[in-house]
Design a protein around this ligand. Structure first.
Ligand SMILES: [Zn+2]
Length: 109
């Protein structure tokens, strides 16, 4: 299995074999061209979602309850946005994964 570096500039012009969608376009439209796009750009989508701020573990240094609660609210918003986006793109696996994260976020006290 070949491991590709998602930082590589070639990714900018990587295209979907199904519909010819280019990843670069995603950054403007935030829409994928077809279901095959998600297969093609899985790594990039993951990276994008992560960069948006969701998916990280709490790495704070202290038990600052207020800051933590604010951060959790923010994270919840981002997760909800990501979930809505995934459903709109019909990325049900991704949506399920985000839903799990939302659930654990809500349960995490
Ligand atoms: Zn496509």
């Amino acid at each position: 299995m070949k491991v590709e570096n998602s930082q590589h500039p070639e990714d900018e012009v990587k295209s979907c074999p199904q519909c010819g969608f280019i990843w670069k376009n995603f950054k403007q439209t935030r829409e994928l061209g077809c279901p095959q796009c998600y297969e093609t750009f899985h790594q990039e989508v993951q990276h994008w979602l992560t960069k948006k701020g969701y998916g990280y573990e709490y790495t704070g240094t202290g038990p600052r309850k207020d800051a933590e609660a604010a951060r959790r609210d923010e994270q919840k918003n981002e997760l909800e946005n990501a979930l809505a986006w995934s459903l709109r793109q019909e990325l049900y696996e991704e949506a399920a994964r985000i839903r799990d994260q939302l659930r654990s976020l809500q349960e995490g006290k």
